[in-house]
Design a protein around this ligand. Sequence first.
Ligand code: GDG
Length: 733
Amino acid sequence: MKLLTVSNRLPVIVEKKDGLNFKQSAGGLVSGISDYLGMLRFSNFPNSEHLWFGYPGEIGNKQEEKLIEKLLSEYHCQPIFLPEKVIEKFYHGFSNKTLWPLFHSFPAYVEYDNDYWQTYKDVNFAFAQQILKVMKTEDIVWIHDYHLMLLPQILRKETPDARIIFFLHIPFPNFEIFSLLPKKWRTEVLKGILGADVVGFHTYEYLQNFLQCVLRFLGYEHELGKILTDERLIKTVTSPIGINFEKFYNALDNLEILENVKELKRKLEDYKVLLSIDRLDYTKGIINRLKGYELFLKENSEYIGKVVLILVIVPSRVGVEYYQRTKRQIDEMVGKINGELGNVSWTPILYQTKFVPFFDLVSLYNIADVILVTPLRDGMNLIAKEYIASRNDGTGVLILSEMAGAAKELVEAILINPNDISEIASSIKESLETPIEEQIRRNRVLQERLKRYDILRWGDEMIKELFSIKEEQKKLSIKLLNHSIQERLLNEYKKANQRLILLDYDGTLMPFSTHPTKVKPDTELVNLLKELTEDVKNEVVILSGRDKETLQNWFLPLNLSLVAEHGIWIKEKGKEDFEMIRSLKSEWKSQILPILKDYSDRLPGSFVEEKDFSLVLHYRQSDPEHASIILKDAIEYLMSFTTNFDVQILQGNKIVEVRCAGVNKGTAGLHWLSENYDFILAIGDDMTDEDLFKVLPEKAFSIKLGMAQSNAKFNVHNYREVRELLKVLRGEK
Ligand code: GDG
């Protein structure tokens, strides 16, 4: 088993300056995953080999590609070469001008460009092609982040049994923001992600946002984070990324780092040191941070000349306009603060705009009395965690934005709203005046948490989730109508002289539509049923919840039997009229109808259908969450209202039905089951079909659509597979 890591960029990128140079890439994803892979031998999967797929940087020379591939294999890296033009539209374009601002809730910054979208799709396919060359079914493919959200589904299509994890390192936006994406894009993105077996997010809030979008745009509900699509069971989890705690906590064991820290402390001994370090990004809230610092200095003149802010900005996404603009704004602010508030002997901000190696990074963490982490929006933010881990004497204060995922875990920090400049200013004062004992008390709690839930635990738990969902999937798939069961079914069918075929209609033979009147049988279905019914050995029955007039209209020319209103009306083949299965009363309808209409008025998109002996509230077009609240109330009310009526209340696929009690598809099915058939097949998709499955004799083949639990013996995925099965039967006489 190999662990295949897939991310947009490789952890090492190639730079062509006086020959080929390899450089570490910056960013949280690379830090986290590199540390996990570095610790793999201590993980629960110590013997796994690993390979990292990603873009190695611009090469532009075909001859060099082979050499680079060879050199990178030493780092367990498999480069995916992409032309610069493609990178422009994929990386700077769709990834960072569309997805990044949208997912960080900066809708005004979003560009909607179809060309970018097409390239994004192309690149996801290009990644898939490379991975498929190497990947084996038993490997674990772990795909990271927003650049590759279509990839899980592309791989799944090619390798249905693949083991795939997808983790999103940035926030998943709320429904209103996500719905700004054009319809086609947003459904493809959601379906793309659902190609994975396990989908992970940093916080519960992002997970809830994702689940809400899946429900509203794809119609899949979840149960405790598990989503059952037509195809598979998927587990979604909240799993906040950790860090390599020991690496930071023990950094001062390195004598060179220790010396460097001492030296820096000596140089800055007259000052309290504030630290700010980020990749350049408008989401990181650097401008507000500077404004907060400026206000703090203006309001607290006693700190003038006594405090410095070390501001490190690591260059990032240089080609995107908003980044250049942010950089210019920061430069201007720094100049303004230093110029207006500083003097010849004191510079309020020590400003650096380049990548710092690990050595300097931990030194900075160690000399800073306070760190300011104030993003406007951030998936997690590892800087906050690394700072706390680095403070092995327990001192130091973390000022943390409540908009960072990390704020959900690091609650002992000083939590601020990054839009409130005065709060940033007052939090700086508070941080500088926090007694040492209080700093240590808070940081020890935080350190304990970071140590327990570190990067190793994070990686291992995601992989554990994968194995556990694979087990659950296996249990479900045991019931799938596979090739050998289908063979058996076919054999029995061929041998039989009298065959009974019981078929539900909506959802089973036809897909659902927005309105029930739109689901008239298509030509393929009519022909299929015609051929099946022409075989004299076959008795075909359609059992539906629909009214008898509709069924009569649709199926009049066919030689089959019909059951309407879930079992109330029966029309045997060859007979003119429907008959009632037993005498029923419908007086109750006049009392229930106004109640259902009242609920329907309160639920936009719903409507009430009236049948002879039942009333149905349809809500397929309603907002699913609104519907679930209204219906809970409706069902509770109807239950108590109908205690003395001979009716039953039933929840089907996007319907609630009130109908006469004691009659259902099971009782209707018995009408035929009393005869002596030597082959019985029943197929259905919802709760009403369960009544039928329950009364079938042991020898019958019963099939449920979808992967949910059922009284049926087997499952198929969707109506297309039902039609395929019927086509096979049609071919056999
Ligand atoms: C994304 C999400 C999420 C930064 N500058 C230097 C440097 N770094 C390292 C830090 C840290 C990482 O980069 C930055 O991580 P963040 O979490 O702050 O941010 P993003 O790059 O935006 O990462 C983020 C993360 O993914 C993980 O899931 O937390 O929310 O946006 O590890 O140490 N490292 C060195 N020199 C630098 O100058 N050596």
